[in-house]
Design a protein around this ligand. Sequence first.
Ligand code: UDP
Ligand code: MG
Length: 319
Amino acid sequence: MSVYLSIVLPVYNEAGNLVALSAEIARMLDALGKTAEVILVDDGSADASYAVIKEIAAKDARFRGLRFGRNFGQTAALSAGINASSGEFIALLDADGQNDPADIPRLLKKADEGYDVVSGWRRDRKDAFFTRTLPSRAANWLIGRVTGVKIHDYGCTLKIYRRDCLASFKIYGEMHRFLAAFAGGMGARIAELEVNHRPRVSGKSKVGLERTAKVLLDLATVKFMGQYLSKPIYLFGGWGLVCGFLSALLAAVTLYNKFHNHIYVKDQPLFIVAIFLGLVSVQMILLGLLSEIVTRIYYEMNDRPPYVVREKTGTESHV
Ligand code: UDP
Ligand code: MG
């Protein structure tokens, strides 16, 4: 039997939230009337979370659990859940009860209209303003600018993805935040709907301000992976050529000063800059060539084409 909807929840020390949340999910699924599975991924919790997950799974066959050997982080938990799932649509949801499962049917309906990603937007966010909401607004603005995928709330876990649009890449580090941006970079059609956001009732948040730095570094990776992974020499070689051109220009100025204005080369600091830029230029071009080799290995080892086919038409003929 094929599954229509998989719901994946990352769980880290959320024992106090799971029972109420899973009851809410079960009610929502009853009303939805589609085949569904719920996968709870225990990310190495130190509390009773896994025992609670086992109880929930024993009572309701739609619920399943898996448990990590230690805490690997929210991104790892989400990708383990996604890998274990089989639904046509995948909904990601926080296990702390801050996302409202009752929003899922609305998001699904939107996805059914032909969208690959439907992103939740916590317009009225129930988190501390200065440490959470404000940095997150700045991050959302920046991610939108850099990736060109304009949605309001990257950080909101509650989003629905069509399975095929998650199949073409893997996520590492803290990259779950960029799933929509990755999918958008591959040509996914993205819609956005406002969702309910609730204060945390039990347990505490696992993130603080330090994640801003991680987001910035991840953003650089995302930009590179999205735009230059199949042609890294365009990035490095491009800058290499710019440095090489400037170096040649400054060397020419030095020669002109030497022979026309009769200034000794040792009295021309620009000559040092020319040498420096020349070295940087060679390094950049070599780095570009090396990354070409590396990305070729990346694509060929994974047997993964550097493009995504959305649809096909016409009959294939084998003459
Ligand atoms: N989480 C996880 N592993 C971690 C940290 C968090 O699986 O190392 C889960 C956590 O249990 C919750 C979700 O990720 O379900 C979001 O975490 P949190 O509520 O701390 O983030 P916030 O909502 O405050 O951004
Ligand atoms: Mg939370």
